[in-house]
Write a protein that binds this ligand. Structure first.
Ligand SMILES: [Zn+2]
Ligand SMILES: [Zn+2]
Length: 409
């Protein structure tokens, strides 16, 4: 069967997250986005585990509520500040892991995404001992990420490098960028939202589509390892240019620079503040190939813009969190089941019968790729313009909800 999975979210127990990140709300919102499997996130946090335990048990490593399946996952930060994603086979593996790291963490039950005073290699070794999968989160972002502080997988994970089976691309990169780096060719790429809010512009703004026998931990694991006929079929995410750190830019005034200019200026902007290296330039520094070469197993990557963002511009709203946008979004979801159907699958004539002409035109412009992207950088999201018959609709990709500004890549 085919399942869509968002395997990196944060609960209300993580810093800078929405109070609405409770298991019930997530379980109800995921299907409306077209998502079947969600990584719980924050599974080292006892409070969040209480909520997970109240779900129905499918098997030792898979929980269910309102039709949404959950697998046990967490993100944590190592002593270098690199973020790692971990997927656990069962609750007892989570408990074993916690026992082994608790003396190295001061905020294990305070923050859903704890800091652990161990190296990437030590953490990977403990993950391996409890039979969990581990890999770098948002691997290319200019801080809290593997390539921000390490030159290679080996630099980050040492002798455990061979045990790493996946990397998460993050919002500012896609497969075309990541496959310029040869050491990543053997890995499965995950695309996840890393969301801090269940709003439809956040939850599942990136996801991975898998072919699995069943929507359970064991099968998702096999799909990540690409064994027994289970495998990733698609990576889906924002155009990488929209990411906050796609290009090299000033963190204060957001002036963009080429890598050479930034180096010449010793990373100091004309406004006096620091310039932050963008994901595009970091990948080009690490690239082994000037032209992307995909390995045989790499699935296609599809770029999606959240439907609420498209509606926002079509109806002339300032941001996607207004009642008007929510009403229009709900209308389309009730008519066609979920967001992926609306964005990709339903015939445009059918959409036109269910919504306003301006929204139909905007969805059509998106489908026909009539878009111009102004890249993000320095912590500011990129913007997108949808072109429709002589008119330009600019889509701003936030960060309009202040709760999700800081940690939300
Ligand atoms: Zn992170
Ligand atoms: Zn500046």
């Amino acid at each position: 069967m085919i399942v869509n999975a968002d395997l990196h979210i944060h609960s209300r127990f993580s810093a800078a997250t929405s109070e609405k990140m409770n298991i019930r709300t997530i379980s109800l919102e995921a299907p409306r986005k077209g998502i079947h499997v969600v990584g719980t996130g924050d599974c080292l946090h006892s409070g969040w585990m209480e909520e997970i335990r109240n779900c129905n048990t499918i098997d030792e490593g898979t929980y269910e509520l309102n039709g949404t399946h959950f697998i046990l996952s967490t993100e944590l930060e190592d002593q270098r500040r690199v973020h790692h994603l971990i997927y656990f086979p069962c609750m007892s593996a989570v408990e074993d892991f916690k026992d082994r790291i608790k003396h190295k963490s001061k905020n294990l039950d305070k923050d859903g995404r704890p800091n652990i005073a161990l190296s990437g290699e030590e953490i990977a070794s403990i993950a391996k001992d409890v039979d969990a999968l581990i890999g770098p989160a948002h691997a290319f972002t200019p801080w809290t990420a593997m390539y921000a502080y390490c030159n290679s997988l080996n630099h980050c994970y040492g002798d455990l490098s061979d045990y790493i089976s996946f990397i998460e691309l993050g919002l500012s990169a896609d497969s075309d960028f990541a496959d310029k780096i040869q050491e990543l060719h053997r890995l499965t790429f995950l695309t996840n939202s890393d969301c801090h809010s269940p709003h439809p512009v956040r939850l599942a703004r990136e996801f991975t589509r898998f072919e699995v026998k069943e929507p359970t931990y064991n099968n998702i694991k096999k799909a990540i390892l690409r064994v027994d006929g289970n495998k990733p079929l698609l990576n889906v995410g924002l155009p990488p240019q929209e990411g906050k750190y796609h290009e090299t830019a000033c963190r204060s005034c957001y002036t963009h620079y080429t890598l050479e200019e930034a180096q010449r200026r010793r990373w100091k902007c004309s406004c006096g503040k620091r310039i932050k290296k963008g994901v595009k330039d970091r990948i080009n520094e690490k690239a082994n190939f000037s032209e992307t070469k995909h390995p045989e197993h790499r699935p296609p990557y599809i770029h999606l813009i959240p439907l609420a963002e498209i509606i926002t511009k079509a109806v002339g709203q300032q941001n996607p969190f207004t009642q008007t946008v929510t009403k229009r979004w709900n209308e389309l979801i009730s008519a066609f089941g979920n967001e992926i159907n609306v964005l990709l699958d339903v015939a445009i004539e059918d959409i036109s019968r269910a919504t306003a002409p301006a929204i139909t035109e905007a969805i059509q412009a998106f489908r026909e790729n009539k878009i111009i992207i102004h890249p993000g950088g320095g912590g500011q999201y990129g913007t997108i313009e949808l072109l429709k018959e002589g008119e330009v609709l600019t889509v701003f990709l936030g960060p309009t909800d202040k709760q999700t500004s800081l940690l939300d890549y």
